[in-house]
Design a protein around this ligand. Structure first.
Ligand code: AMP
Ligand code: MG
Length: 351
């Protein structure tokens, strides 16, 4: 299959709408990451997403709408969701809603709830309007790889697997949406993202965090969000996080770098912009300013992909505090590292 990459023009958006209505796949930009869409009401079209991504069939998809009036077709939102939709849609907030039988099982992996959001990217909204159907769309990467935040990332993973990629430039947020569950007891964030806990609590009171956001799922623990079970966001090289006092972290990372390099490994340091001047002679990439997690969010997946392009065997990364968007950043970094973390003090032998 030829893959056409086009900026979102009236013609390419019309073509995208036609492809989606006739059961095909389209990769498209959103404010979070690029999505790989298919008509949510068409089971065989949705099966195509799982095949193109190599995604496990028990990991449900998010359904995208261009207007809340589309919800009635496939779900029954509880009244408690309306203030959230009013405040945060369009935007990076995905809400769980009781599903209707008309929605194919494959979209929800058999669960009785469906995850729904209205994206804020103008090209995504226009494409959804052209399609006229709700669109099921996970991130447009091959399963397990870092999510795509530019059209070139999508092409890397999906060339020959999709007929059309709409190129809307770099994604503004750079991390996937927040997944919020109001269907099962206390409001709970299943996956942190662009809408932070701090933004939700003024409307909802205390918001819980699913257990597996900052640690691996236990052997006998049931994932409230099936996606939490899988290795995710990981480059091919081994990622390790280094935490501790700012004064010690860089020294520790340099020590680890030299040790691995002496063993013949290719090593990359992921550091905040403020520390880049101290890294002459070490292969490194910037995570943006350590004071602005939104900068780190925007570049993180690109840096993890770059580590692959540079064929790095070992990647050491700084960490950021888990407040605001920092929680989503640390969830993705943590999972890319399978939560492997070293203490700078221990690395420097000061325990
Ligand atoms: P992605 O499509 O790659 O952005 O991933 C969607 C995320 O939403 C995954 O972590 C899914 O497990 C989660 N998700 C989708 N639908 C549901 C649902 N009905 N209940 C819980 N989590 C869901
Ligand atoms: Mg994904």
């Amino acid at each position: 299959m030829e893959t056409l990459v086009s900026s979102p023009t009236p013609e390419s958006l019309r073509m995208a709408g036609e492809i989606l209505r006739s059961g095909g796949l389209v990769a498209f930009p959103t404010e979070t990451v690029y999505g790989l869409g298919a008509c949510a009401m068409n089971a065989s079209a949705v099966r195509g997403i799982f095949e193109a991504k190599g995604r496990p069939g028990d990991n449900p998809l998010i359904v995208h709408v261009c207007d809340p009036s589309q919800l009635d077709l496939f779900c029954t939102p509880m009244p408690s969701l309306f203030p959230l939709m009013d405040r945060f849609w369009p935007g990076p907030l995905t809400l769980l809603m009781p599903r209707r039988p008309a929605l194919p099982d494959i979209v929800t992996a058999g669960l009785d709830t469906v995850a729904v959001r209205m994206p804020a990217h103008p090209a995504a909204l226009e494409m959804l309007r052209e399609a006229g159907v709700p669109v099921a769309a996970p991130s447009a990467n091959r399963s397990g790889r870092p999510s795509p935040t530019k059209a070139a990332h999508v092409l890397e993973d999906m060339e020959g697997r999709v007929p059309l990629i709409l190129d809307g430039g770099d994604c503004q947020v750079g991390l996937e949406s927040t997944v919020l569950d109001l269907c099962h007891g206390r409001p709970t964030i299943l996956r942190p993202g662009g809408i932070t806990r701090e933004m939700l609590e003024p409307l909802l009171g205390t918001v819980d965090l699913a257990g597996s956001i900052l640690r691996p799922l236990g052997d006998h623990e049931v994932a409230r969000s099936p996606g939490m079970r899988y290795r995710h966001y990981a480059p091919r090289g081994l990622v390790t996080l280094v935490e501790g006092d700012e004064s010690q972290v860089l020294e520790a990372m340099k020590r680890l770098y030299r040790r691995d390099e002496a063993e013949g490994r290719r090593v990359l340091l992921l550091c905040f912009e403020e520390h880049i001047p101290d890294l002459a002679g070490f292969a490194h990439c910037s995570l943006g300013s350590g004071r602005h997690p939104e900068e780190t969010a925007r570049v993180l997946f690109d840096r993890l992909r770059e580590a692959d392009t540079m064929q790095m065997d070992r990647i050491y990364s700084e960490v950021t505090p888990v407040q605001g968007l920092g929680l989503a950043v640390m969830n993705r970094l943590g999972r890319a590292a399978s939560f492997r973390t070293l203490s700078a003090r221990e690395v420097l032998g000061e325990t």
